[in-house]
Design a protein around this ligand. Structure first.
Ligand code: LLP
Length: 402
């Protein structure tokens, strides 16, 4: 469906994020459908876009939630995701988070180290509860993606190696306060090759079978997220092939598949819209300066990530430029050396594929309020987060002024 960016700019001002909820529905249904041969749970990786209305929309479709902080867990619960569909991962959970997660009765705490397992056991004991856990296995597989979003190699901080995992499961079996329910593995994000996923899932499934042989029977196999999307001209993993190759590894196992996509569900459903303030030329370098900046969408600055960019005017006079924001950093750019048409003050620019890791990675750097977020569903737009005001930004400081 096409969204009228100009109308939205008139109504809500710029910059803004807009999300196409019908597209999110289609993405969810595609993935859920691919796993229809088995019991499955699509646990949305809330970190990708944690706007309450986005999570609620996915919840209404049947999604669970993959969370990396107790804040994300509470967001999921707030919009009605049942505790039994919520997983809590992360390499550095705080005691208070573990305690709260246990009290809230979520599906599983996904444990990422031996030391963490000891903390979870001790806290569960204090509370006199049994902690349902899964263990994140690090299969030492190169996912062939950007090093910052690669997580499945031993050199990355995530999960534990297979031998450690085995020992931890045995400890769980012998503990009154630990109930090993699942196993987890996530090797990276924006994956465009199926082979590394296949390899890692196979390693995990083999471990599940080994554990079964020693009477440790798991109910859930969480294959992580990571499915890539098209930003530029990437060739994607086919979701049916993906599901098929996961299911193939699971022979002899009666286990529910969990996957935890973030980007796949929301990435291409979101657009960041900003408007032109000025053009200028320094020497012979042309700059187009817009009202959005790295604090709103940091992926280009942080990962040199490519986002497709379109100037919404009819000008045919293209030339090379850098598209930059007002923040006081040379790293504040959306694109460098890009061919864009000549622009006028107030022309709109759409930056596509910004639904995942866009708003959630935004900051208030330079005392810039976070932008508005808008949903479009069945052709109808609505505000789902107000633009932050100056008063919002100083609210937690003001009372301390001497
Ligand atoms: N599960 C776990 C354990 C994760 O760490 C992640 C992402 C996901 C699931 C969801 O991954 P996805 O399906 O969205 O690829 N800020 C980076 C991406 C960081 C991903 C962190 N973990 C970016 O903008 O590309």
């Amino acid at each position: 469906m096409s969204i009228n960016f100009k109308e939205l700019a008139n109504k809500y001002q710029t910059p803004y994020y807009v999300y196409d909820f019908d597209h999110i529905t289609a993405q969810y249904n595609e993935l859920k459908g691919a796993f229809k041969a088995r019991k499955s749970l699509v646990a949305y990786a809330v970190k990708a876009n944690s706007n309450l209305s986005v999570i609620k929309h996915l919840a209404s479709l049947g999604a669970g939630a993959d969370c990396v902080s107790i804040g994300e867990v509470k967001r999921a619960l707030k919009v009605g995701i049942a505790p039994y569909k919520i997983i809590f991962s992360g390499v550095g959970k705080i005691d208070s988070e573990i305690k709260e997660a246990l009290e809230l009765g979520i599906l599983m705490i996904n444990v990422e180290s031996d030391a963490e397992l000891q903390r979870v056991e001790a806290i569960a004991k204090e509370l006199d509860v049994v902690a349902r856990i899964s263990i994140r296995v690090n299969p030492n597989i190169d996912p062939k993606t950007h090093p910052y979003i690669s997580t499945g190699l031993h050199e990355n901080k995530f999960g534990v190696d297979i031998d450690t995992a085995k020992r931890m499961y045995i400890q769980c079996k012998n503990s009154e306060n630990l109930d090993p329910q699942g196993i987890h593995c996530h090797i990276g994000s924006q994956l465009t090759e199926l082979e590394p996923i296949k390899e890692s899932v196979k390693i995990v499934a083999d471990l599940v079978r080994n554990l079964k042989a020693i009477k440790i029977e798991l109910s859930f196999m969480d294959i992580g997220g990571g499915l890539g999307i098209v930003y530029d001209d990437e060739k994607l993993i086919d979701t049916n092939e993906y599901a098929q190759s996961v299911l193939e590894t699971m022979f002899g196992l009666d286990i529910t598949i969990i996957c935890e996509p973030g980007r796949f569900l929301v990435g291409n459903c979101g657009t960041f819209v900003t408007k032109v303030l000025y053009e200028k030329v320094n020497g012979n370098k042309r700059f187009v300066i817009v009202d959005g900046a790295m604090n709103d969408l940091i992926r280009p600055s942080l990962y040199n990530a490519y986002h497709k960019i379109e100037v919404l005017n009819d000008n045919k006079e293209f030339s090379d430029c850098n598209l930059v924001g007002p923040v006081c950093e040379s790293g504040d750019f959306f694109a460098k050396n890009i061919d864009l048409p000549k622009t006028e003050h107030n022309d709109l620019i759409a930056i596509y594929s910004a639904g995942a890791y866009g708003f959630t990675m935004a900051s208030n750097y330079n005392t810039r309020g976070k932008v508005a977020e808008i949903a479009v569903e069945n052709g109808v737009d609505r505000l789902i987060r107000k633009r932050e005001t100056f008063e919002d930004l100083i609210a937690l400081e003001e009372e301390f002024l001497k």
